[in-house]
Design a protein around this ligand. Structure first.
Ligand code: PXL
Length: 275
């Protein structure tokens, strides 16, 4: 069985980060080892959330795993808390990167043109360093604009996206995937670039007009799980984009839907059954 290490916060209530990554990747038949970076009462879109930073636990946990000679087929980082934790992640990649280990970085820090609360430009710079140490990166357009210094635009063309991907590729990852890319009216999806094969991939599906927390985490967790199942990065992106859009649609139909996250639990059986 493949084994993934995922490093993100635990938002106890909120359906995001580890409370999505652990069930989704496990359900895809992949052992999922977790390293929590912080425990929050909720994600940061709630008011008055509590947060306990766990940075001081990371090094002892890593040392223990090293002494147990643990190996990972992939390392997937999502929402981290501080610039210091990014340095800890860079060291962790060095410790656990085997010849075939895939390092997947989702530089979670911003959306819709804005940084999440608690992050600043220092954190943006550190996330660019983390992306430079990865094999696959999946920023959204806001995160990419911040890291590349490009202007954030809501209206854009393919040229803008390709320029952004070009700048991100210079950071050093093998595969750069920009998420939330809309190249046709009423559609949204991803555009990716494989540096080694000089190959672009565009996938557009129906745009569902709703913004939910945790959908980026659902997308990334699905991608990681599907890649571990042996899918190509392009198939994984397509499946993850379709699955995320479908989950938003299903959530919108639920009269009791929570405002703070998507009903990924409801669509899990379909994800598992997908051929
Ligand atoms: O879904 C991304 C995410 C993860 N973790 C925390 C968050 C967010 C988005 O805001 O606040 C704590």
């Amino acid at each position: 069985m493949k084994r993934v290490l995922t490093v993100q916060d635990i938002s106890c209530l909120g359906k995001c980060s580890l409370t999505i990554a652990l069930p989704v990747i496990s359900a895809l038949g992949v052992e999922t080892v977790i390293l929590p970076t912080a425990v929050l009462s909720t994600h940061t879109m709630f008011k008055n959330f509590t947060c306990k930073d766990l940075s001081d636990q990371i090094d002892p946990i890593v040392s223990h795993w090293k002494s147990e000679n643990v190996k990972f087929d992939a390392i997937y980082t999502g929402y981290l808390g501080t610039p210091g934790q990014i340095d800890q992640m860079k060291a962790l990649f060095k410790e656990f990167r085997g010849e075939d280990t895939i390092v997947f970085v989702d530089p979670v820090m911003a959306d819709n043109g804005k940084l999440y609360p608690a992050f600043d430009m220092d954190y943006v710079k550190k996330n660019a360093e983390l992306c430079a140490a990865a094999d696959i990166i999946v920023p959204n357009i806001t995160e990419a604009a911040l890291m590349t210094g490009m202007e954030y635009r809501e209206q854009y063309d393919e040229e803008y996206i390709k320029t952004m991907i070009g700048k991100l590729t210079e950071f050093g990852a093998k595969i750069t995937v920009l998420t939330g890319v809309s190249l046709e009216e009423g559609k949204t999806g991803v555009m990716g670039y494989d540096r080694e094969n000089d190959e672009y991939y565009v996938y557009q599906n129906k745009r569902v007009d709703a913004v939910y927390h945790g959908t980026g985490d659902l997308f990334s967790s699905t991608c990681v799980g599907e890649i571990m199942k042996g899918r190509s990065w392009k198939d994984a992106m397509r499946i993850a984009a379709d699955h995320t859009a479908h989950t938003i649609e299903v959530t919108l139909k639920n009269p009791e839907k929570p405002w703070y996250g998507v009903d990924f639990e409801a669509t899990m059986p379909e994800l598992i059954a997908a051929e």
